[in-house]
Write a protein that binds this ligand. Structure first.
Ligand code: PMT
Length: 402
């Protein structure tokens, strides 16, 4: 069950181009079972319509501070009490400045001031505005006041600039919220996680890889960190921002990943291999770009080390969990893989037309152990990762009972 189920969430929207992402965010929060009340500033309504937000949240949008229709005309107090959590996404530089100075000049800023619920801000603005000392001062003030700042990320901006100021993507915001509400079931444990694809170079410009985006592995790392683990994430090339409170080692090839795992695995209590590691690599890597002189090109491939199997034979041996992406007879193949690799658990996802786990924000997992199989169902990768971490923690503690 999602940790956000039945939670009362106020989704505040301020004026900025990233406001269009608020509709996706509201939908994702609803998918987690949260009750979402949207509160918009006047500027936000120039970027996304209240009607759209009403349709996706299932509730009429609130936007007026002095609202005779609200309980005793004090909508801000009523909303502030109702909220379990307030999330403002996007948060403009102006709104940050307002909150940092305790101003309450519209419904949203007044709710933020009136509520005792945790407040999260996902800033979005031009990179120069974000980097200005005034904004940075305001952000520091808000953090000191206990307000949590999610992002922003670095990248291309709507104004044509490149730099810090993009709002975090809705699924990353959701991950961060889920992380804040997680359980502590892995408190103090050392957990190593592999994620993403590997890149097996053919020459300086080409290589062999696969469609793994890293989303599943990063979500697992985020959930483990939220559960209190010291997480070392060893990742192949991805376009993702590493989760907070996670140590990241970036690698490219399977051999580099193996080397990083060999260094990281000790002392490690739990190892989770989510990466889609290439089974083979080109025998030779050409130092110059391969020319297309011939009609045919034959590549000689050699086997890569099996990282997971190696981990499972170490002493002391960590609780070892693998993943399997299968196109046919997933359960059958995964059972064999678990046995052959000597794993405690394997999480299997089917690659099919109905749902392709590669790159998607959703997935469907069945967890297979020696004596049981647990269907974790189809959910967001963020929620699946939390459920997976809770199950792994439970099994780990059962195994280590004295
Ligand atoms: O990254 P995303 O886009 O979010 O997609 C997630 C995912 C589909 C990649 C992920 O959920 C997943 O299924 N990962 C495992 C992919 C796979 O098919 O693995 P495999 O069957 O090749 O290997 C089985 C296990 O052995 C995996 O845990 C793998 O990390 C590990 N392995 C494999 C080969 C190798 N040389 N070393 C390994 O450690």
């Amino acid at each position: 069950m999602s940790l956000l189920r039945d939670q009362h969430i106020i989704l505040g929207i301020t004026g900025g181009i990233a406001a269009y992402k608020a509709a996706e965010l509201a939908r994702r929060l609803k998918d987690e079972g949260a009750l979402v009340q949207v509160v918009m500033t006047d500027a936000a309504k120039s970027f996304i319509s209240p009607l759209t937000m009403q349709a996706v949240s299932g509730r009429a949008v609130r936007d007026t501070l002095l609202d005779p229709a609200a309980e005793a005309g004090m909508g801000h107090i009523e909303l502030g009490r109702w909220a379990d959590l307030v999330l403002v996404a996007p948060t403009s530089a102006d709104f940050i400045a307002k909150l940092a100075n305790g101003m309450a000049s519209d419904l949203l800023s007044t709710v933020c001031l009136a509520t005792s619920a945790p407040v999260f801000l996902a800033p979005a603005m031009n990179q120069a505005m974000w980097q200005k000392p005034a904004t940075q001062r305001n952000v520091t003030t808000l953090q000191a006041d206990g307000i949590m700042i999610l992002g922003p990320t670095i990248g291309d901006q709507a104004c044509g600039d490149v730099g810090p100021g993009r709002m975090m993507e809705p699924h990353d915001i959701l991950n961060a919220l889920l992380a804040q509400t997680a359980s502590g079931s892995m408190q103090g444990l050392n957990v190593v996680i592999t994620a993403g694809p590997t890149w097996e170079a053919l020459d300086p410009v080409r290589g062999l890889s696969n469609h793994s985006s890293g989303k599943m592995g990063y979500a697992v790392a985020s959930a483990a960190a939220a559960a209190g683990a010291n997480v070392h994430l060893i990742s192949g090339p991805t376009a993702l921002t590493p989760p907070k409170r996670v140590r990241l080692s970036s690698v490219r090839s399977a051999e580099e990943m193996f080397e990083a795992v060999q260094t990281a695995h000790s002392p490690c209590d739990i190892f989770i291999g989510v990466a889609a590691v290439a089974d083979y690599r080109p025998q030779t890597v050409q130092t110059s770009k391969i020319k297309k002189n011939d009609d045919r090109l034959t590549l000689e491939l050699v086997k890569n080390p099996d990282i997971l199997s190696w981990v499972a034979t170490q002493s002391p041996r960590p609780f070892t969990v693998g993943f399997a992406a299968e196109t046919d007879q997933p359960i059958e193949h995964a059972r064999n893989k678990r046995r052959n690799k000597g794993l405690d658990l394997i999480a299997v996802n089917q690659v099919g037309e109905a749902l392709n786990p590669f790159g998607s924000d959703e997935n469907q997992l069945v967890l297979i152990g020696q004596n049981e199989e647990i269907d974790l169902g189809r959910k967001s990768k963020a929620q699946l990762a939390i459920d997976l971490i809770e199950t792994i923690a439970k099994k780990y503690h059962e195994q280590h009972k004295t």
